[in-house]
Design a protein around this ligand. Structure first.
Ligand SMILES: [Zn+2]
Length: 525
């Protein structure tokens, strides 16, 4: 276990899972827990056993299937119901029996919530906290307390809100996390209230929602005011605007404030972990996410490019390698030779001046025809490789393809594609059926290549974007297609441009497969 003086407490599996559109199976939760443990967080809140059957199962399976190196599991649940003993409350029993070394109890600290939502007296609410905490402590459990709606409660009745903290601490709760449940706080006023709470002598934690866009700032302000336990969610997941992004919080505290929260080599793996978790949640990663977004250290080339080449640190707030990210040059039509050389170097190529000039010309020409390489790194790399090689190099050459879209009598749309191609000296004809023409083409190409390249099975098409570009100089409108693909290790994007949407899609698809094969270690020559 990590140092107990400062806690990094993750609540992705409980509070983060409240995000609209996020649906985690027990296996997903176990996979995310492993990733979070790899980052080195201290606590992983697994859910609410007893109240939610899936969460009960999570804790049951975690005992045999999770081998956590850093983190301890926390079971989340409420204080006992009004009017019963904690020892007799079945939900409290489920927490005790979860096997989690920590129980995090949620309790009301806002007087009006006690009266309106719990429908009990302020005194009984304090008794519920005292009784439940001391019962669990007597059972050998470590107890944290989430003080729900604490900041709004403090505004309504500060004496009562602070009394809740004192009661929980006296009963044996080792941390009391102040929750900005409605997410409406701003850093300065939040810090003042945290300061008051620290004054009670209780150990204080912080749990922020991002409704003001200040969840991370509020968390940092709370730490400055004396909180020694921070809660947050992977990638800022959570209901409404999300929870405090735990990755941003950890990176800020460790790199800017000198806290020693996670091992440096784990921090240097944070970008990969953040993306691996998006693979499990199936939520498109935010490319602008601080520290871990693919654009977090991306620079628009042109004006700055030659200076960045001399000293990259003039243009970035940290060395991206500290969080496992990379400085990335966006290749745009502003790109001068310096940025293309730099981009080449980033991809591992030392480009001779002449090749770089040649490549700049090709990029400019293609961008004038509607291509974009800013969002299609993989297409750029293929173009670069072809320019360096002086010829177009592929694992397969297509002879022809055909797609039929049929509306059946039942009104169903079915697409069928046939692809004829040459690979490793063979001519292969394959067909594929799909829910649309691109899906059918994708399946046909895979069917054609799966025997020669079985690892293509790991490549997935994850996003497909179509944009119609206005025609210029009296020409017709053209279509640009961007395809994002992924394998176990990451994502890449390719671009195709044509008047016909299927032809544009085909170009992007052909490059996506080619790039996937290169990533899997198959050389083109
Ligand atoms: Zn919350």
């Amino acid at each position: 276990m990590t140092d107990d003086r400062f806690h990094v407490y993750d609540t992705t599996l409980r509070d983060g899972a409240q995000q609209e559109g996020l649906n985690l199976t027990v296996a997903d939760k176990l996979a995310i827990a492993r990733h979070l443990d790899g980052l080195g967080v201290g606590f992983i809140e697994g859910g609410w056993p007893g109240a939610n059957p899936k969460d009960t199962e999570f804790f049951r399976r975690a005992r045999t299937e999770l081998d956590l190196k850093h983190a301890q599991l926390a079971a989340f649940g409420a204080t006992r119901r009004a009017g019963v003993k904690a020892a007799d409350d079945p939900l409290v029993a489920a927490l005790r029996e979860s096997g989690a070394p920590v129980v995090t109890l949620v309790a009301k600290s806002h007087d009006r919530h006690v009266e309106l939502a719990l429908r009990t007296t302020l005194e009984e609410n304090l008794a519920m906290i005292r009784d439940t905490v001391s019962h669990l402590r007597a059972e050998g459990q470590r107890v944290f307390l989430d003080a729900e709606h604490f900041f709004d409660g403090y505004a309504s009745n500060p004496a009562y809100a602070l009394e809740v903290l004192r009661t929980a601490a006296e009963a044996g709760a080792s941390v009391i996390a102040l929750c900005d449940t409605n997410g409406g706080m701003l850093p300065d006023e939040l810090a003042e209230i945290v300061h008051e709470a620290v004054g009670t002598g209780a150990r204080i934690g912080i749990h922020c929602h991002d409704d003001t866009g200040c969840a991370v700032a509020n968390t940092l302000a709370a730490v400055r005011a004396g909180a020694t336990h921070v809660q947050g969610c992977a990638n800022g997941y959570g209901e409404r605007s999300g929870n405090a992004n735990l990755f941003t919080v950890v990176a800020n505290l460790q790199l800017k404030r000198g806290f020693d929260l996670v091992p440096p080599q784990a921090l240097a793996d944070m970008t990969r972990i953040a993306h691996a978790i998006t693979e499990v949640t199936n939520v498109t990663p935010n490319s602008h996410a601080p520290y871990v977004g693919v654009s977090a250290f991306a620079h628009k080339a042109g004006l700055h490019a030659s200076a960045i080449k001399v000293d990259p640190n003039l243009y970035q707030h940290i060395d991206p390698a500290l969080v496992g990210n990379d400085m990335r040059m966006l290749v745009s039509d502003m790109a001068g030779r310096a940025s293309v050389e730099l981009k080449g170097r980033e991809l591992g190529y030392e480009l001779p001046a002449e090749t770089a000039r040649d490549l700049v010309e090709r990029v400019k020409d293609m961008e004038s025809r509607g291509y974009t390489f800013e969002a299609a790194d993989a297409s750029f790399e293929l173009l670069l490789r072809d320019t360096v090689a002086g010829e177009r190099r592929r694992h397969f050459e297509v002879e022809s393809w055909r797609v039929i879209v049929e509306r059946t009598r039942g009104g169903e749309l079915v697409s069928e594609a046939t692809v004829k191609l040459h690979a490793k000296g063979e001519r292969i004809v394959a067909t594929g059926e799909g829910n649309g023409p691109v899906n059918a083409l994708d399946k046909a190409v895979r069917a054609a290549l799966e025997r020669l390249y079985p690892d293509l099975a790991a490549v997935e098409l994850v996003d497909f974007k179509v944009r119609i570009l206005e025609g210029t100089h009296g020409t017709d409108a053209i279509t640009r297609v961007l395809i994002t693909s992924s394998d176990a290790a990451g994502e890449w994007a390719t671009v195709g441009v044509a008047e016909n949407v299927i032809e544009a899609s085909w170009q992007a698809l052909e490059q996506a497969v080619t790039y996937g094969l290169l990533r899997a270690g198959h050389a083109t020559d």
